[in-house]
Design a protein around this ligand. Structure first.
Ligand code: ZN
Length: 314
């Protein structure tokens, strides 16, 4: 029997500052579609906003807990320090002009493992990079978006993390999750799963004396990896548990089912099923237009809606 492995990034969740600024940047500037407007299930007085491609395809989704009063994150070890987003080949000039027009600063494009990357920060300090790639991806354009379909963000490309030690994290990635080492460049070790195309990559930098990262606005909360179904999730969960990593029981997030665990260096990982997907509780053409609450919070809808800041219609 073949060993169960992950199938690339499912989503990345980060902490933002003001919800309106977050929405304006990711939909208005980056042109991603708000596919789900919900609340933090553990703190329902804060939003959980999901930005993705036009259909909310797994692997395209960057989500945020906007928490306006939280101090800024401090980058450090045991943390994801950058999220790379895939854009089509030849589109970085368009994106530089678009970021400039929006007043957002960016660094010089750099070459990483043969790909061109444009690093910048979102309005609350989250480090992002747009990376040109021609790798085939599951992608549905957002027809109503402000960015032409041929320039739109294709989804998550890779995450970069800082670690104190390489060996324990490498052992998890390669021994358990199915990654292979792709190479080392400029201090970054790159790992890819199932061929390591766009969306199936993680870069690790070893910073032995680096400060321990601290969560906060502009910080990444966790990265979720794709599993096809509950069966695969359970199989991987059992192996993670056998490796001594204390995974949570599967948690029903309605649009997918999740298992969380910390990798040996401290980064919070999640396994998330591909289904049932964002269209399970909203018609595909209306994704993200109304506040979606889990059933156990429906009774408190009025109170919750009164607490949340109002957001303009997308
Ligand atoms: Zn998650």
């Amino acid at each position: 029997m073949q060993k169960t492995i992950v199938h690339g990034l499912h989503h990345v969740t980060a902490i933002a500052g003001d919800a309106r600024e977050n929405l304006a940047f990711y939909t208005g500037v980056l042109g991603m579609r708000l596919v789900k407007k919900s609340v933090n299930q553990d703190a329902p007085d804060t939003y959980h906003l999901f930005y993705a491609d036009g259909a909310g395809t797994p692997g395209t989704d960057l989500t945020f807990f906007p928490w306006p009063d939280l101090p800024r994150a401090r980058p450090g070890t045991g943390q994801i320090v950058e999220v790379m987003l895939a854009v089509p080949p030849g589109s970085l000039a368009y994106w530089q002009a678009r970021l400039r027009a929006s007043g957002r600063a960016f660094s010089e494009p750099e070459t990483r493992f043969g790909e061109t990357a444009l690093p910048f920060e979102d309005p609350h300090g989250l480090r992002l990079a747009l990376v040109e790639t021609g790798d085939p991806r599951d992608f549905t354009p957002w027809a109503q978006g402000p960015v032409p379909p041929e320039r739109q963000v294709r989804g998550l490309h890779a995450v970069r993390m800082w670690e104190r030690d390489l060996a324990p994290t490498e052992a998890l990635l390669t021994g358990l999750m199915g990654f292979e080492k792709r190479g080392t460049e400029a201090g970054w070790h790159r790992y890819g799963v199932e061929g390591g195309g766009s969306g199936a990559l993680v870069d690790v930098r070893v910073v032995p004396e680096g400060p321990r990262g601290r969560g906060g606005a502009g910080g990444v909360h966790h990265a979720a990896w794709r599993v096809r179904d509950d069966e695969e999730e359970q199989a991987l969960r059992r192996r993670i548990e056998a490796a001594g990593l204390q995974p949570t029981p599967p948690i029903d997030r309605f649009w997918f089912r999740s298992v969380y665990f910390r990798e040996p260096g401290g980064v919070l990982f999640e396994l998330a099923t591909d289904g049932p997907g964002f269209a399970v509780d909203e018609a595909p053409e209306h994704l993200g237009t109304s506040l979606v609450l889990p059933p156990w919070l429906e009774a408190r809808r009025r109170e919750i809606e009164a607490t949340l800041p109002s957001l303009p219609a997308p």
